[in-house]
Design a protein around this ligand. Sequence first.
Ligand SMILES: [Zn+2]
Length: 510
Amino acid sequence: MADEVLTYEETIAAYDPVLGLEVHVELGTATKMFCGCPTTFGAEPNSQVCPVCLGLPGALPVVNEKGVESAIRIGLALNCEIAPWSRFARKNYFYPDMPKNFQTSQYDEPIAHDGWLDVEYDDGAGGSAVYRVLIERAHMEEDTGKSTHVGGATGRIHGADYSLVDYNRAGIPLIEIVTKPLTGVGERAPEIARAYVSALRDLLRALGVSDVKMEQGSLRCDANVSLRPRKKRPEKQEDVPLGTRTETKNVNSLRSVERAVRYELTRHAAVLAGGGAVLQETRHWHEDTGVTTSGREKSDAEDYRYFPEPDLVPVAPSAESVDALRRTLPEPPVQRRRRLQSEWGFTDLEMRDVVNAGAVELIESTVAVGATPAGARKWWSGELARRANADGRELGELGITPRMIAELDGLVRGGRLNDSMARQVLEGMLAGEGNPAAIADARGLALVQDEGALAAAVDAVIAANPEVVDKIRGGKVQAAGALIGQVMKAMGGRADAARVRELILERLDS
Ligand SMILES: [Zn+2]
């Protein structure tokens, strides 16, 4: 049975949302965190395992130095303090995807703590605003294996005939980044949650520590939400204790982060408004139906019997080595966006559309391979953003590369295609017909390059429309539009409208 929900407006009118976001990022190291096994995605199941990551008796782990370096760089980029001394801990639990029966993680001594990240989000009133997300900690751990439940309708363990487990992922280095409660987010809570994961993804990509592919699970978000009653006087709001939270697990796209938070808030509101109590539990997000369902109950102090890992030495980076890593940090995302906006010459409104479309990196890559910023923006945050939105996909999943858009932009600028032809070529690109020039050839799309033919068509139209010509000569230049339309028609749409306009005005000496 579907859960009751309130509308989002009702939810926000009565309650104050508080968020907490936990992001797991798989590091792009060549080998696992505590052994030399490779980390290639998609390899034959159980082909990338050894006694250490299978937890065989007597096997001893060795920490991956690259993994520690990445953890420190992530901590520094998130403005965290780096612990001069931290330890790994065993998190004990039994589950078939964890062959050692414990996960090597960090507990009360994380490598990085107390940081922040500024994120820019759409304020819903035609502008953008910045929210400072406070970071509680970033710690190192290892990923688990992957279970596949075969034979059931849902792919979950209930109703399955049997289960398979692949340990290739077991031991891949993970960094878990945990925020402090995000308070004061108000009605923009879903957008701020999305903006945070998006900014974090940009930052991790810029750091070069992960391929941050949400669809492949190398970046995963667990979204905690809770509601508390809204105070009439906003200055009293921070004194209200936090409500009971739920944790929606493994939300695997930016769009889903926003949707899952919005849904969960409206579900909590319905429970509270009906006089009930929110159950503290994990929830599963269902992309297709846009709802969450109950996972397992979760108490605050789950007993994992953490204790310090006796087989690994503590991590104690010297101040000099931390400083050296600090010098390798990229520009922070908000500053980077401001710089790119000024380099590209975009207005605030244009840049906001680009950011909302998730097109910053794509435009940057497209400009890098030869497109004009305006040309790159036109396609990525125009037609392609509309298409991605309609299909419920990310821009990067449309099968269109920056190089293809740069080529399309080149064909338009070189006078080979006009705008309407370019749109048809784009259709072909989306349909997987190949590269722009090949599609233009195959579809017979090309502007008439024969100036003589164009001039003849212009002369004929001028001769046939003496009244319009008088108007233009009388100063009404906008009347030329009617003539341009007729020339375009005479040329079967295969003329460059800007050139036609030029020729008409030249002829009439306007
Ligand atoms: Zn191994």
